[in-house]
Design a protein around this ligand. Structure first.
Ligand code: NAD
Length: 690
């Protein structure tokens, strides 16, 4: 018996129950409890079999993440599971809730597994840039075969009980709610049948067929190449499974340990673990405690059924919240609604939703051209054109129509939310809810907090983000808020560099190799140059491309020409335009930029802008800026976001390079005093928190 472990003998079966709320994480006390339980069972000669079960809401849900980075304490998880597996009497893991990571590794070191129908299992370590380091990579292939093990471990996906039974991860599903009784009955039957103790390590049939078969691994690498690009964990997982197939068990385990440590010490995994914690931080707002009151959001209104309004509406429909969608004209309204339907129908074609779900969601929209239909709505989000007079006009109307206590939100990208709020008599009810395009897909939701925004609104928005599956980041008011403000400088420098003679396709390749899905010019061609280029009076390359009817992939190509397979080559017309604009502006030519020059020129200013956001108190934490860039702009997760990445590059190096760029080009590069001080004090941007 220990604080977390109870041991009882039931009809000759030793039942070890672990109770360590909230999720029975495998911290040192739990590991010791399990070990002691097995020792007690073995010491009692009346015990003929063992059941390992958890109290509370779940089986072991994984490692104890609070132990990460601390000195290991005995027994380690690998030591514990080796100890358990040596049992000479049969052992049964009884699984409810989620058996994930180390939790599943404990279960697969028992000889048998029984689970509730609602249970889920999985090895999600890849999400933290790691691999299952307590035998998981050596045992799963022996249980489910090589292709399935490759899929389950590299994807980290959760596998439900029915599938787990079919695949052979578990041996039985408990029919009733009494998992414990059924597990004991299962164990008693093993004893009665005198079933031989079979250890998974000794199973060979499923791996033997792939021994010496390099193709199964190479094909898997090829198939996953796009998804795996830049991440270290998938390759190390594949190598572990190769070792499981080709080496004796003990040797395979050593290889697993070596490859685990390699990941553990890699920047990629450190970045992924940092991001994991950073995401959980963003909803902590120092002066808005978790118990701050919230307002009910049972209905929503969206004004403007354009690109953003349509996507925003879908988020609410998906969450079962009815939406009143407002447009200026019936025609615009019909167009907006039909785009939403088409999006859903495309998802249905891909099997992501059923036809019935499409109908259910569409039935939640009430299209209207009459603002009065918003008079009873809990939350109204404005997504009309990005001009202050129109926004003010809309908010003025809302002030007259909306019920008392309704939340009035703007999706503005750049405009001053306080000015918008001032066009109402209830600025405490006004907030920014800034979605990213496509709004039904991109996970970031910036919650913009105006001078007078009520704390209850902030807390409501944080809860709402969770409900509609978005990652919230809270920003104070400034031009562009967090993500757009820091990322705009990347585009500005890309534009400057092409005018100096650096090829756009070189810049795109360097940014792609850094880990983005595409470079800035490929991105513009995809989104449409008319969308990007609008609003500028200055002569720009993008503007000239639009003037020549080159709108990007959708019409005539843009920076690139596209063949019938959408293969892109740099367009000679774009090259001519660049030269023309550069000559007209008298830009000095300096075409010989290296990859390092491009990274420094495009991304160091992003870091600098992030430092300014922290200095100005716009962002609460450095890690919030990283989450905004990852969730809003697909900054590569394994780089950790611009702030974490800057720390790995070295703030000293960045400050000195920014100084050089400022002298060579423009004062805009001047390092922020905040960044300079942090560099001097040996601080880290990713750790700044205010
Ligand atoms: P859009 O032009 O596609 O859509 C705007 C819609 O609003 C149009 O359909 C228009 O008919 C309608 N509209 C205009 N005035 C109206 C009024 N008074 N009442 C009702 N409807 C009205 O524009 P968009 O790209 O969806 O942008 C909308 C807002 O979202 C802007 O503030 C923009 O800055 C912001 N935003 C855009 C993006 C993006 O990538 N497009 C991303 C984030 C935020």
């Amino acid at each position: 018996m220990t604080d977390v472990m109870k041991f009882e003998v039931v009809d000759g079966v030793g039942v070890i129950s672990i109770d360590s709320p909230p999720v029975n994480a495998l911290g040192v006390a739990v590991r010791r409890g399990i070990r002691d339980g097995f020792d007690m069972a073995w010491a009692d000669e009346n015990v003929k079999a063992i059941v390992l079960i958890c109290d509370g809401r779940t089986f072991f849900a994984g490692a104890d993440i609070s132990e990460f980075g601390k000195p290991p304490q005995e027994p380690s998880l690998p030591e514990l599971v080796t100890h358990m597996e040596a049992s000479l009497i049969p052992t049964v893991a009884a699984i409810h809730g989620t058996a994930l990571g180390g939790g599943l590794e404990v279960a697969i070191h028992c000889h048998h597994r029984i689970a509730l129908p609602t249970a889920k299992v999985g090895l999600p370590e890849a999400h933290l840039g790691l691999l299952p380091g307590a035998g998981g990579t050596q045992r799963l292939p022996r249980m489910v075969g090589v292709p399935t093990a490759l899929d389950i471990i590299t994807s980290g996906r959760h596998v439900g009980a029915t599938e787990a039974l079919k695949l052979g991860v578990i041996d039985a599903i408990a029919n009733s709610d009494s998992l414990r009784d059924e597990a004991v009955a299962y164990a008693k039957k093993l004893v009665a049948d005198d079933a031989p103790v079979v250890r998974i390590r000794d199973r060979d049939d499923l791996i033997a067929e792939h021994r010496g078969d390099a193709a199964v691994f190479d094909n898997f690498r090829k198939k996953g190449a796009r998804k795996f690009r830049g991440f270290k964990a998938p390759e190390n997982i594949i190598k572990c499974i190769e070792a499981a197939v080709n080496l004796p068990y003990e040797e395979g385990l050593k290889e697993e340990r070596r490859l685990f440590m390699e990941l553990h010490d890699s920047i990629e995994s450190q970045a992924q673990r940092y991001v994991f914690f950073a995401e959980r931080q963003t909803s902590r707002i120092p002066d808005v405690p978790k118990d701050t009151p919230t307002r009910d959001v049972k209905s929503a209104g969206v004004i403007g059924a354009g690109t953003m309004g349509g996507g925003i509406t879908m988020n609410f429909l998906n969450a079962g919240i009815p939406v009143t969608l407002i447009e200026q004209t019936q025609e615009a309204l019909d167009r907006g609604v039909s785009v939403i339907r088409k999006n859903y129908e495309n998802s249905a074609k891909k099997g992501r939703v059923t036809a019935e779900q499409v109908d259910q969601r569409m039935a939640l929209i009430s299209p209207s051209t009459d603002y009065n239909d918003l008079s009873n709505t809990d939350l109204i989000i404005e997504a009309v054109f990005e001009t202050m007079p129109i926004k003010k006009d809309v908010f003025g109307k809302l002030d007259e129509i909306a019920r008392d206590g309704a939340i009035l939100a703007s999706n503005t990208s750049y405009l001053d939310l306080d000015e918008i709020a001032a066009s109402t008599k209830r600025p405490q009810d006004v907030i920014g809810l800034h979605f990213f395009s496509p709004a039904n897909v991109m996970p970031l939701l910036e919650i913009v907090r105006g001078e007078k925004t009520g704390k209850d609104l902030i807390n409501t928005a944080l809860k709402l983000a969770k409900k509609i599956g978005k990652s919230p980041v809270v920003s104070r008011v400034c031009h562009g808020f967090i993500a757009n403000r820091v990322m705009t400088v990347r585009g500005r420098e890309a534009d400057a560099m092409i005018l100096e003679g650096v090829a756009p396709d070189l810049i795109d390749r360097v940014i792609y190799d850094y880990g983005f899905a595409m470079g800035p010019f490929q991105m513009r061609d995809l989104v449409g140059l008319d969308v990007i280029g609008r609003g500028s009076n200055e002569k720009t390359v993008a503007g000239e491309l639009v003037a020549r009817e080159r709108l990007g992939q959708k019409k005539n190509g843009g920076y690139y020409d596209y063949d019938e397979n959408r293969k892109a080559t740099l367009s000679p017309i774009a090259v001519d335009i660049i030269r023309e604009v550069a000559q007209e502006k008298g830009v000095p030519q300096n075409p010989g930029a290296t990859e390092d020059d491009i990274i420094a020129r495009l991304l160091y200013p992003v870091v600098n802008e992030g430092a300014k956001l922290l200095d100005e108190g716009i962002a609460i934490r450095g890690s919030d800026i990283d989450i905004a860039c990852i969730k809003g702009y697909n900054w590569p997760i394994y780089r950790g976001g611009p702030m974490f990445w800057a720390d790995t590059v070295g703030l000293d190096k960045i400050v000195s390079k920014l100084g050089e760029l400022a002298s060579a080009h423009d004062e805009a590069f001047t390092p922020s005093p905040f960044l300079e001080k942090l560099a001097k004090d040996g601080g880290r941007l990713s750790a700044v928190s205010q």
